[in-house]
Write a protein that binds this ligand. Sequence first.
Ligand code: GAP
Length: 521
Amino acid sequence: MIPEEQFKNVISHAKEYGFVFPSSEIYDGLSAVYDYGQMGAELKKNIRDYWWKAMVQLHENIVGIDAAIFMHPTTWKASGHVDAFNDPLIDNKDSKKRYRADVLIEEHIAKIESKIEKEVDKGRKRFAEGFDEAQFRATNPNVLRNIEKIEEINGRMKAALENSQLADLQQLIVDLEIVCPISGTRNWTEVRQFNLMFSTEMGAVSGESGKIYLRPETAQGIFVNFLNVQKSGRMKIPFGIAQTGKAFRNEIVARQFIFRMREFEQMEMQFFVRPGTEMTWYHYWKAARMRWHRALGFPESKYRFHDHLKLAHYANAAADIEFEFPFGFKELEGIHSRTDFDLGAHEQHSGKKLRYFDPETNESYVPYVVETSIGLDRMFLATLAHAYAEEKLEDGSERVVLRLPYFLAPVKAAVMPLVKKDGLPEKAREIMQLLKYRFQLQYDEKDSIGKRYRRQDALGTPICITIDHQTLEDGQVTIRHRDSMQQERVSIEQLPALLESLVSMEAVLQRLNAEQEAYQA
Ligand code: GAP
């Protein structure tokens, strides 16, 4: 099945099994806004917990906060969002569709990149075992010509964006002969800037003076609380402040399900460091964040770094961790060296000192910041899309299974009496009592056992526990493993420890911590 088709199936699976619903669906939905259902809320919570524990619990020098969504409007003037949080937009006059100019150009570059990959594939087939890919890429004239093209386009785009030369951006679109995907024409308007922040009015004040914004990133709630946390927590540099919470952006190109939403959740950590050490910490956090992703056990080939050409207004170095979604490699997380831009700007706009006295150097300074920022919804999509599998079984039947990492699964175990009589439901209820304080469970007694297994596979439940007549005699149950579909008999007393060893987050965190210590050594 082609990835796009598989992606469509993932979206309908997410709805059918209670993971993600379109927002206010009875009114035909609201574009780029989604609700999480009963399974989705659990999976999202588990991903959030995994991030929080890895950040806050595993680092003595990182603490977590929960700042408000509404902030003083000057915050966004200081952060640069009022003036610079814009997307360059262009309209096609025939289709009346609006596009991000840089996205149109990036899509054009992606087409050239795929030409390069096709050329490399041809070379691989032609030279078979003697194929030296690095040499081929460095010498093949077609590959070199296309690389040169990409470099030229990137160079022009970067210059136009950095210097806010919107006419140059439009000229690039014209020169590249980019057509509107809907109308197929090149009948473009000029490129204009469009601010992405949502605004509303606070209290009884109307007009500009009462205007406040829904935060477009959670990071500013951390910056304005930097001294509060440092002083009240007696934090010593280097230290971090972590936060998860909603952010809002009036995205123009909102598509690909929950990949780009107008209301979404971020998990951000600002790490405050001594000026001059920021690049060391930038590289440290790039590696640390990649380890966090890799600990999920997805293939290494699913991830890559993408170093930014176009830096955000606050950064002096930035990279994305990209994940291979069904629609290609896309940004999953950003790691940014934000210098002293934010704290410096808040000092200026508030008139309050946001400095740290370093007892080691006897100096007072505005700390530099390295940020890690990941979208929870995007992480959810990466996890769900990778976990989704349609399988043909040995007996010729088919199943859809969510191969979620066990510790992230919404339901850890399903408890199932084989039949709804003979005291089996009562025994199953006893097992629910034994386990429900530690694990999210589902009690399921409807339909045949085969159908129930399929239902749990579709939810990603790692373990099914079946209670049969034999259980009443020997106190043993059948455990059925989601991935292998293997079954085994175990005693009821063994269940808590067995489940703990299979589905708890602890082992993953321990491995992550060991890797972290090895990296630091
Ligand atoms: N504080 C830095 C910051 O907000 P960003 O690269 O704009 O940086 C960070 O966003 C992460 O937030 C992205 O890597 C992505 O995972 C997520 N994100 C950004 N915009 C999003 C959107 N419209 N929908 C879903 N997730 C989004």
